[in-house]
Design a binder for this molecule. Structure first.
Ligand code: IPM
Ligand code: MG
Length: 385
């Protein structure tokens, strides 16, 4: 009886290994980097997603139209609303990202995306995972700041492999056992490590923490650590330190030492988990933005989920758009509008920390998403005068 499962699992593993080796080949063919300054027109796609997604994303789109009105008028920027990245459409088409939606996304240079619901169990992959893979968005960049405590962290989370790449392709022997796979490649690790160390070097950082569980995940995390150190050797002014994810998780809540950390580089799943912890330290997952960056495309999103509970309770309009606004700021910077991004950042600091005239609580006792959007835009306006 077990033989049957063993044979089919071995066959499946052969297929997975072959595919992953093909992925390595593809990574080796350098696709070239988009140079935004040389584009005649930058196309920004906007996808609403599920739950509170359409509400916060519509607000971010309104903000973009406001901030980029001159660029849109001159034709330098085009904003495209992309429909169909909804759980209903995905389930109906039985595709994590329906092919026509993906084709539409690929006509854009960058994407601003609302949270999408991930079906639990089953075999349907998360839309995020599909998009990150299809657009080869290998770096998940998540900054977290708590200025009054001197915390200025940036996480470089590997975004296309590790525990995620075959997360929907495990093997099961019913009522006996289940296997999942974790994949770490040389090229995949080298490119995320390079992104982290490049960032550190360009931004005057002196320290990069390489965070793994290499004492247990010996092959995959062992490779990750080794390659990060190889890359580190090309950056003599930056110290690379090894940490295990368990103690690093504790360190982030240790007020005596946490502000010493600067840049983190880590495999996919640890990055997923610890960036939620870090965002909570900053004020909640609703306050952090996230960039998914590849050589050709980039996607910017809130780090929180679609909050279906808020929709069920009829309070979706009270959702906090701060996270997607921070993602918008990261996007503006990425496509070359640093001055506009700086103004937005300053306005966000005023609105969320210094002045707080309009406060979103995620409930009816706070302001609505739209009221907060109005406040941010009015603050930008006053800063530009
Ligand atoms: C994130 C999210 C996603 C992830 C989910 C929605 C698949 O938690 O962006 O951190 O696990 O990467
Ligand atoms: Mg997450």
């Amino acid at each position: 009886m077990d033989e049957k499962y063993i044979d089919s699992a071995v066959e499946q593993f052969r297929g997975l290994l072959t595919q992953q080796l093909e992925r390595c080949e593809k990574m080796a063919q350098n696709q070239g980097k988009t140079d935004f300054s040389s584009l005649d027109q930058i196309v920004i796609g906007v996808c609403g997603g599920d739950g509170i997604g359409p509400i916060i994303t519509a607000e971010a789109e309104r903000l973009l139209h406001f901030l980029l009105r001159n660029e849109i008028e001159s034709g330098k920027v085009k904003i495209k609303t992309i429909e169909g990245l909804t759980i209903e459409n995905r389930l109906e088409k039985n595709e994590p990202v329906p092919s026509d939606v993906l084709a539409e996304i690929k006509t854009c240079n960058v994407l601003l995306k609302g949270p999408t619901t991930t079906p639990k169990g089953g075999t349907m992959e998360s839309a995020n995972v599909t998009l990150r893979r299809e657009l080869d968005l290998f770096a998940n960049v998540r900054p977290v700041k708590v200025p009054q405590e001197g915390i200025d962290w940036i996480f470089y989370r590997e975004n296309t492999e590790g525990e995620y790449v075959l997360g929907s392709r495990g093997v099961e022997v019913p009522e006996k056992l289940a296997f999942d796979f974790k994949v770490t490649t040389d090229l995949g690790t080298r490119r995320i490590a390079k992104a982290a160390f490049d960032y550190a070097e360009k931004n005057g950082k002196t320290n990069v923490a390489i965070v793994t569980k290499a004492n247990i995940m010996k092959k995959t995390d062992g490779k990750f650590t080794q390659i990060c150190h190889e890359v580190a050797s090309e950056y003599p002014n930056i110290t690379a330190e090894d940490w295990y994810i368990d103690i690093m998780t504790a360190n982030l809540v240790n007020k005596d030492i946490r502000n010493q950390f600067q840049v983190f580089v880590l495999p996919n799943l640890y990055g997923d988990i610890i960036t939620d912890e870090a965002a909570q330290i900053q004020g909640g997952v609703g306050t952090a933005g996230s960039a998914n960056v590849g050589d050709k495309y980039a996607m910017f999103e809130a780090i929180h989920g679609s909050a279906p509970r808020m929709v069920e309770e009829g309070i979706a309009e009270y959702a906090n758009p701060s996270s997607i606004f921070k993602a918008t700021e990261m996007m503006l910077r990425h496509i070359g509008f640093s001055a506009i991004a700086d103004t937005l950042m300053e306005a966000m600091e005023i609105c969320s920390e210094k002045e707080k005239k309009v406060v979103v609580t995620g409930n009816t006792d706070g302001a609505t998403c739209k009221e907060f959007g109005d406040y941010v835009m009015a603050t930008v306006e006053s800063l530009s005068k």
